[in-house]
Design a protein around this ligand. Structure first.
Ligand SMILES: [Mg+2]
Length: 238
């Protein structure tokens, strides 16, 4: 079976909802926190923890209204139909917060697509709401991400499955090593080049769908030896 895994921010949605949200509700301090993350000085969990804390008190309605301002990649709906027609299940993997991933997917009629993200906790005390993050899908041996995308890919894919991964950023660097067919844009391109991972550059989901149609026609949606070995090695190591 061919399985499709997609990043959310900057991939399924145009724009980075998480970054924009903290930039709006925190201000310039959020930019400094993200810089530290991108430089590798703090991990994703610490980054999200600090960002949530820096928000202070907030209205959940305001946060949700903010999320409502984001649009899906215009090619995503046709891509989903294409995947469904060919029985390729899609899973969305995000190192952002689940409240906006869920809200945006549902709002656009894609609430049935399974997704995994970090858990948003809204705490209300004396009518003041604060925000924090929990990491139910962190890997206990890895200090990088909040939501371990690699583990979702490994656990949900059988040995003879072909894994397609579509992403754009920092949290996609690890899982692409375990994917057979990689679609990359933005920062992920350089990372694939540096890590010697073959990839297809894409601009939007129209590109991804067209490319996959061609690859399927030529029977080229097939395992990549290094990725299949890397997935198997994860289970042997345990
Ligand atoms: Mg992204």
């Amino acid at each position: 079976m061919v399985r499709v895994y997609c990043d959310f921010d900057g991939t399924v949605v145009t724009g980075d909802v998480g970054n924009a949200l903290f930039r709006t509700f925190v201000g310039v301090r959020a930019v400094a926190i993200v810089e530290e993350y991108l430089k590798g000085m703090i991990n994703a969990r610490e980054c999200l923890r600090r960002e949530c804390e820096a928000v202070g008190t907030v209205s959940r309605d305001d946060l949700e209204a903010f999320a409502d301002g984001f649009a899906l990649d215009a090619g995503f709906p046709a891509f989903v139909s294409f995947c469904r027609a060919h029985e390729m299940p899609i899973v969305i993997l995000s190192d952002g917060l689940d409240f906006y991933v869920k809200r945006i997917l549902e709002r656009h009629g894609f609430g049935s697509i399974p997704f995994f993200a970090n858990k948003t906790v809204f705490s209300t005390d004396a009518e003041l709401t604060t925000l924090s993050a929990e990491f139910p899908y962190r890997d206990e041996h890895c200090e990088q991400c909040g939501n371990c995308k690699r583990n979702h890919v490994a656990v949900q894919s059988a040995d003879d499955d072909v894994v397609i991964y579509i992403g754009d950023g920092m949290s996609d660097r690890c899982p692409v090593r375990y994917a057979d067919v990689v679609f990359a844009k933005n920062d992920l391109i350089k990372n694939c080049q540096e890590s010697n991972i073959s990839y297809f550059e894409y601009h939007d989901f129209v590109d991804v769908r067209k490319r996959l149609e061609r690859l399927r026609g030529r029977k080229l949606v097939k395992p990549r030896r290094e990725a299949a070995m890397a997935r198997r090695a994860l289970f042997i190591a345990e």
